[in-house]
Write a protein that binds this ligand. Structure first.
Ligand code: NDP
Length: 323
């Protein structure tokens, strides 16, 4: 392994397809910056790229977020300069160095480390999108949150609670349930059985205003059945596999429900929207609403082990890779 290396895949499949490869970092072109990375965040979407659930062009360098120090910038870049500490969303971030559009980079404020930036940017912006940009959550709402202490969940749960919403969380173990409570969940359902029935009991039969569902196949119907009349079903992930197809009439039968399947990249499609989301995210961190919850650290070369851990469903908080 040389000074610069990355995790690349030439075929889709199990974690065996993730290979360590030396490379020469690309000099930044116009509008780009070259970053020496301190850490890369691991996200569930990386496992979908690996397995082929979300098709990618091969060979493919893994990674969707990272952070580090800018080493060089290309022509026309004004938002960052060499020496700046930055975090970003992007492709190919499982690497010691990353060259990408400077417009997708945000400067890290003092008090937020590069490792924390890599752990929290994508997941925190997702939580921001879910709570503020789709159906804004308020202190009048009861929300259902699945996987409340995972990468996204460990930001989403305390942020929703800080808005004054009542959070009903669903998780797999008593240990994770205790953590969900400490993050601000009012009630926690342990196990995936009879969730809708338990939600009805907890809400006096009414159901919840918004379901924030990252689990997909195993949870989708339970989320729909937990909603109030005209409630919002926000299906944002597939941790247990993609949800089954559903006829529109199911939404009518549930009480004129509203269904959306958002993707962060549609909300972060301009430098301005990224800057706005990051401003909110970092402000919430600085005010102590939540911190970067780094549950697991792996060496970059051990990315395969990080995927195995995330897919096991046993992790909590974010996973980061460090060179
Ligand atoms: P998590 O850290 O939340 O890990 C997934 C969690 O899902 C597990 O810890 C577990 O939580 C739960 N789970 C339930 N069933 C399974 C299963 N069969 N296998 C694995 N986990 C299971 O992951 P992330 O925070 O990285 O991502 C969560 C989801 O959100 C992913 O599907 C991801 O793709 C999606 N996402 C979507 C975005 C978007 O733009 N739409 C952006 C970011 C993430 P528990 O034990 O508590 O039940």
């Amino acid at each position: 392994m040389g000074e610069a290396y990355r995790i690349i895949m030439h075929e889709t499949g199990t974690t065996d397809v993730l290979k360590v490869e030396d490379f020469t970092p690309r000099a930044p072109g116009p509008g780009e910056a070259l970053v020496k990375q301190a850490a890369s965040g691991v996200n569930f979407i990386d496992t979908y790229f690996r397995t082929g659930l979300y098709p990618v062009k091969l060979p493919f360098v893994q990674g969707s977020e990272g952070a580090g120090t800018v080493e060089a910038v290309g022509e026309g870049v004004t938002n960052v300069k060499p020496g700046d500490r930055v975090a970003y969303l992007g492709a190919g971030t499982y690497a010691t160095h990353s060259t990408g559009p400077a417009g997708t980079m945000v400067k890290l404020p003092d008090g937020i480390s590069e490792e924390e930036g890599a752990a929290v940017l994508l997941k925190g912006l997702t939580a921001w999108m879910l709570l503020f940009e789709i159906r804004p959550v308020t202190d009048h709402d009861t929300v259902l949150i699945w996987a409340p202490v995972g990468g996204v969940g460990s930001v989403l749960t305390p942020w929703a609670a800080s808005l004054g919403a009542r959070v009903i969380a669903v998780t797999s173990t008593p240990e994770k349930a205790a953590k969900a409570k400490s993050l601000g969940a009012s009630d926690v359902i342990v196990g995936y059985d009879d969730v809708a029935k338990q939600v009805r009991e907890l809400t006096g039969g009414k159901g919840v205003d918004v379901a924030l569902d990252s689990v997909g196949k195993r949870s989708f119907e339970a989320s729909l059945s937990s909603l109030k009349k005209r409630g919002w079903m926000i299906s944002y992930g597939n941790a247990s596999g993609a949800a089954d197809p559903m006829p529109p009439g199911r939404l009518a039968a549930g009480g004129s429900l509203i269904l959306t399947r958002p993707t962060l990249f549609n909300f972060m499609d301009t430098p301005e929207s990224l800057a706005r989301g990051a401003r909110h995210l970092f402000a919430a961190m600085k005010s102590g609403t939540f911190g970067a919850d780094i549950g697991h650290r792996y060496a970059l070369k051990d990315a395969a082990a990080a995927h195995t851990a995330l897919e096991s469903g046993k992790t909590s908080g974010a996973i980061v890779l460090t060179p």
